[in-house]
Write a protein that binds this ligand. Structure first.
Ligand code: CA
Length: 224
């Protein structure tokens, strides 16, 4: 049974989430403010944290940043109000794994939670398949329809980062950090260029990508 920490100060939303997720079979604990959330996340082990950003006292972004700084890798899904869209980008940059916009549909939220828990349970696969593609990380080989295709080291790295974060939106800053590292700093144009080349290799119709999807104003998401 997965254990979820719900961080939400609005009693009606917290209560709704709690009963809904319990019905789904999760073990749910609620924290109504940032201080409590940070303390509980540090002293107990959770499989996932649902984190509202607007909280009394310590806000959600601070909680997220502090957990990551302390080396806590618990999956975090942030809950943001539609009026504060910019916060989700910041949240993702601070180490949140996904976001859901309020008001959210319980069905969508449950799907996101399930996907996130499945991803963390699977860990890093050695070989990954999507469409007619096969990526073998151990051998650094990429096949399309069974035939070996050429990819550059950057493209392979991009694929690996995308696959590891499948279903989750990555900002250009995150891609930059995880693919190029801090030593070099390519511009957004360079990132977009590599994505374009990668699409030509993995997409049936690169101009209408099915796998490496653009997320307007944020970055990219891998839907493999
Ligand atoms: Ca709130």
């Amino acid at each position: 049974m997965a254990r979820i920490l719900v961080v939400e100060d609005e009693p009606s939303i917290a209560l709704g989430l709690k009963s809904d997720l319990r019905l789904e079979g999760y073990d749910v604990e609620v924290a109504a403010d940032g201080e409590t959330a940070a303390r509980r996340a540090a002293e107990a082990s959770f499989d996932l944290i649902l984190l509202d950003l607007m909280l009394p006292g310590k806000d959600g972004l601070t909680v997220c940043r502090e957990l990551r700084r302390a080396g806590n890798r618990v999956p975090i899904i942030i809950l943001t109000a539609k009026a504060h869209e910019a916060e989700k980008v910041l949240g993702l940059e601070l180490g949140a794994d996904d976001y859901v916009t309020k008001p959210f549909s319980p069905v969508e939220l449950r799907a996101r939670i399930k996907a996130m828990l499945r991803r963390t349970a699977n860990g890093d696969p050695e070989t990954c398949h999507f469409g007619d593609m096969e990526v073998n990380f151990a051998r650094s080989e990429v096949r399309r329809g069974g035939s070996l295709i050429e990819v550059t080291p950057i493209e392979l790295k991009l694929l690996s980062v995308f696959i590891r974060s499948r279903g989750r939106t990555l900002t250009r800053e995150q891609l930059l950090d995880q693919v190029w590292g801090t030593a070099s700093s390519p511009t957004d144009r360079v990132i977009d260029n590599h994505i374009m080349h990668l699409r030509r290799k993995v997409e049936a119709t690169p101009e209408e990508p099915r796998y490496v999807v653009s997320v307007r104003g944020i970055g990219y998401r891998f839907d493999g």
